[in-house]
Design a protein around this ligand. Structure first.
Ligand SMILES: Cc1cc2nc3c(=O)[nH]c(=O)nc-3n(C[C@H](O)[C@H](O)[C@H](O)COP(=O)(O)OP(=O)(O)OC[C@H]3O[C@@H](n4cnc5c(N)ncnc54)[C@H](O)[C@@H]3O)c2cc1C
Length: 388
């Protein structure tokens, strides 16, 4: 059996046995999907992207996007937790692999299956990932960092955090570092709740984070470079996998509904079949956009000039931002179309055609970094982009 099918098969098993049975409770209670995350740890999937030389499975981004979709078909929140964790691992692997402290960290991650959360959003900055208010205070070999974070998904359950901050107290807001802080070295004071419409299992309230650590835990590459080459494209692709999972789940319910209508009246094509044809076309478009950008990213990031080449270009940033905008606009439309096919059964809760959770989860996509904020970034980029 190939490595690809091993990872994907593990994900399928976990989705069936540990994600699907608890998805409604996770949503209803807005609780962490601990059964699913424990199963992912047991199968060493949290270290899937760590290179084989450090004990990981050396997974590709394509495999991880597949896994996000598989998990997302059952529970979008579980898939999103997996995606957000993998973004952190991929950033470390791609930008700190030569740093002895981070290499050792990756090996420990393989052994202990640490879950890493992301702390970019901040009070006063909101979702503008490329600007921070907080700053690293370095004193010889030790640092101190305090961040008033608006949203930390699974903050209470994470083992470690990857945090953006200004490089020094004198640095400009956009002159940022990325710092890994370990559970033993930080405290989180929860400052609000997480009673949201959807993505309830991500457990993402605001926290005041206070951390200390060694200087070597500060990644040396400027966050701006990591953001363009890795964090933004990889986030939009892995999130794309989660959103595909949500869209596919809704579409599959609509297909089952139409098949049921067809079986009830043999020899006739139910009127809903026309809408289903439209729905499947919408899903196919979403899948094609994620797939095309994924194939291109795998190719560009494997090239020798990955760091200074096309990944850092304005045109590439625009393209990856557009993927996010388009996908997040398409997802709710897909779920609404599926809902209109299933009719009252889709609108009702507590039956197998219910679209309730998919609809609420889908609505998070456009605000998970606000689309208008991304469009504003694109508007600025377009002013300096030369014509094709
Ligand atoms: C499920 C979920 C999980 C999350 N997990 C995390 C996490 O783990 N870590 C983390 O750091 N963050 C996380 N976030 C936060 C997220 O990444 C964004 O930072 C957050 O949703 C933005 O908050 P906001 O809507 O107040 O947007 P803000 O960025 O504060 O913006 C407020 C509003 O103004 C608009 N706006 C802002 N700037 C402009 C502009 N220049 N032009 C036009 N309109 C503008 C925005 O589109 C938005 O509508 C999560 C969010 C969600 C939904």
């Amino acid at each position: 059996m190939s490595k690809l099918s091993t990872l994907v098969q593990s994900a399928r098993l976990i989705a069936k046995e540990f994600v699907a049975p608890h998805a409604d409770a996770v949503d209803k209670e807005a609780r962490f999907p601990h059964e699913a995350i424990q199963a992912l740890k047991d199968h060493k999937l949290l270290s899937a992207y760590v290179p084989v030389s450090l004990g990981g499975a050396g997974a590709t981004l394509t495999e991880l996007v597949d896994i996000c979709e598989i998990l997302g078909r059952e529970c979008a929140a579980t898939a999103m937790i997996f995606a957000m964790h993998q973004i952190q691992v991929i950033t470390i692997v791609r930008h700190a692999f030569d740093n002895p402290w981070f290499r050792d960290y990756l090996q420990r991650l393989v052994t202990h299956q640490y879950l890493i959360a992301s702390v970019t959003s901040e009070v006063g900055v909101g979702g503008e990932m490329r600007r921070s208010r907080c700053a690293v205070e370095l004193n010889d070999t030790k640092f101190r960092l305090i961040k008033d974070a608006t949203t930390i998904s699974y903050g209470a359950q994470a083992d470690d955090l990857l945090v953006t901050a200004r490089r020094t107290p004198d640095a400009a807001g956009s002159d940022q570092s990325l710092i890994l802080v370990s559970k033993a070295d930080y405290t989180l004071e929860q400052k609000g709740g997480w009673n949201t419409m959807g993505m309830r299992g991500t457990c993402s309230p605001p926290f005041l984070m206070t951390a200390t650590g060694d200087a070597e835990q500060i990644m040396s590459t400027a966050f701006g470079d990591m953001s363009a080459q890795t964090v933004v494209p990889v986030s939009h692709l892995l999130w794309g996998g989660c959103w595909l999972g949500c869209a596919t789940a809704a579409t599959n319910k609509a297909r089952a509904f139409v098949r049921g209508q067809a079986r009830a009246n043999p020899g006739t094509v139910p009127p809903t079949a026309l809408r289903l044809a439209e729905l499947v076309s919408m899903l196919q478009s979403l899948r094609s956009s994620v797939q095309a950008c994924l194939t291109e990213y795998e190719m560009l990031s494997a090239a020798d000039d990955a760091a200074d080449g096309p990944l850092s270009s304005i045109a590439y940033s625009l393209k990856m931002n557009n993927l996010k905008i388009d996908a997040t606009q398409a997802l709710p439309q897909i779920v609404i179309k599926a809902l209109s096919i299933c009719g009252i059964l889709g609108y009702k809760n507590d039956n197998k055609f219910s679209m309730d959770r998919h609809m609420r989860d889908a609505l998070s996509a456009a605000i998970m970094v606000g689309n208008d904020r991304i469009l504003a970034t694109n508007a600025n980029l377009l002013l300096v982009l030369k014509d094709d």
